[in-house]
Design a protein around this ligand. Structure first.
Ligand SMILES: C[S@@+](CC[C@H](N)C(=O)[O-])C[C@H]1O[C@@H](n2cnc3c(N)ncnc32)[C@H](O)[C@@H]1O
Ligand SMILES: [Zn+2]
Length: 286
């Protein structure tokens, strides 16, 4: 890696310089020859050797660590979310032109990398892809693994970007901040939020919560809030059952919500198939 990744990243970010806003004072930012992102008031943020920028203005601890993000990468690469990627790409391609896309809560970046790659493969359209996550370990992994994209450590509730910078905001299985999303979207922009449906990973839920009401899940409240905030809302459900290799089952458990880890004597060999059941909510600025 070394210097070249950092410099390549600085070059790429310079081309997109106008999207950045200082997380301290809100002013415009520029990227210097020294690979520093700086505003007119001299608030500075270094581009790391892996190519990402840490825009956090105060330290945070995340419950997501390096192992979890490595697990998540392997799961996503196994093809478990292939249908999700396909559907999101088709949707974005219907936009009909080049896009600047922000993935909020991008984790280790595999979803965004796949979406960009597939988006650019089949059509004559380019995507500027920007990922932000509060977990530094995730963003470090993203920038190590995926070049030609912009990776930021930051809080999605206070994004270091100018208003009206993005054609689409992705928000996949992550918390949202609709006030911030509306600020960041261009006038004709779209929000694409992915939330679990009732059958999501149900084989794991059955193992953990046999005979308990936690076994079922409803996203009704989330859908309701989304509809209050955006217009022309459409919902597309994707359901896919995948035979999962035994060695990925512990990793899947690893990336599920924390409460699911409490039981120790789980027979993982029982899990042979996994169901992906998701709603893709798409909305526009109202
Ligand atoms: C369940 S993970 C999903 C990650 C990724 N989208 C995926 O599907 O693999 C939720 C992510 O949201 C991130 N996150 C939580 N709160 C955040 C915040 N305030 N700002 C940015 N990211 C946040 C976490 O660090 C974590 O990476
Ligand atoms: Zn500043």
């Amino acid at each position: 890696m070394g210097l070249s990744r950092k410099i390549a990243s600085a070059h790429y970010m310079t081309e997109q310089q106008s999207i950045f806003a200082c997380p301290v004072c809100g002013e415009k930012m520029k990227i210097t020859d020294q690979c520093v992102v700086t505003c007119e008031n001299h608030h500075t943020f270094d581009i790391a050797k892996q190519g990402y920028v840490n825009f956090m203005t105060h330290p945070t601890t995340s419950m997501y660590g390096k192992d979890l993000f490595e697990a998540r990468k392997q799961i996503i690469e196994s093809g478990l979310y292939a249908q999700l990627h396909h559907t999101v790409v088709e949707l974005l391609q219907s936009f009909g032109r080049d896009m600047t896309v922000l993935d909020t809560g991008c984790g280790e970046g595999s979803h965004l990398a796949k979406v960009k790659q597939q988006f650019e493969k089949t059509m004559d359209q380019k995507m500027v892809a920007v990922g932000i996550d509060i977990a530094k370990e995730g963003v470090v992994a993203a920038s190590r693994n995926y070049e030609g994209m912009i990776w930021c450590v930051g809080d999605l509730a206070k994004c270091p970007f100018q208003k009206s910078s993005f054609d689409a905001i992705l928000n996949i299985l992550s918390p949202a901040n609709y006030t911030e999303f509306k600020r960041l979207l261009k006038p004709n922009g779209w929000v694409v939020k992915v939330v679990p449906q009732s059958g999501y990973l149900y084989q794991l839920r059955e193992l953990f919560f046999a005979d308990s009401d936690k076994e079922s899940y409803s996203n009704a409240h989330t859908v309701e809030r989304f509809k209050e905030n955006f217009s022309d809302v459409t919902i597309k459900r994707i359901t896919q059952k995948v035979v999962i290799p035994q060695n990925l089952v512990p990793m899947l458990m690893h990336m599920t919500p924390m409460g699911w880890h409490q039981t120790t004597d789980i027979d993982q060999t029982k899990v042979k198939e996994i169901t992906i059941d998701l709603d893709i909510l798409v909305g526009k600025l109202s």
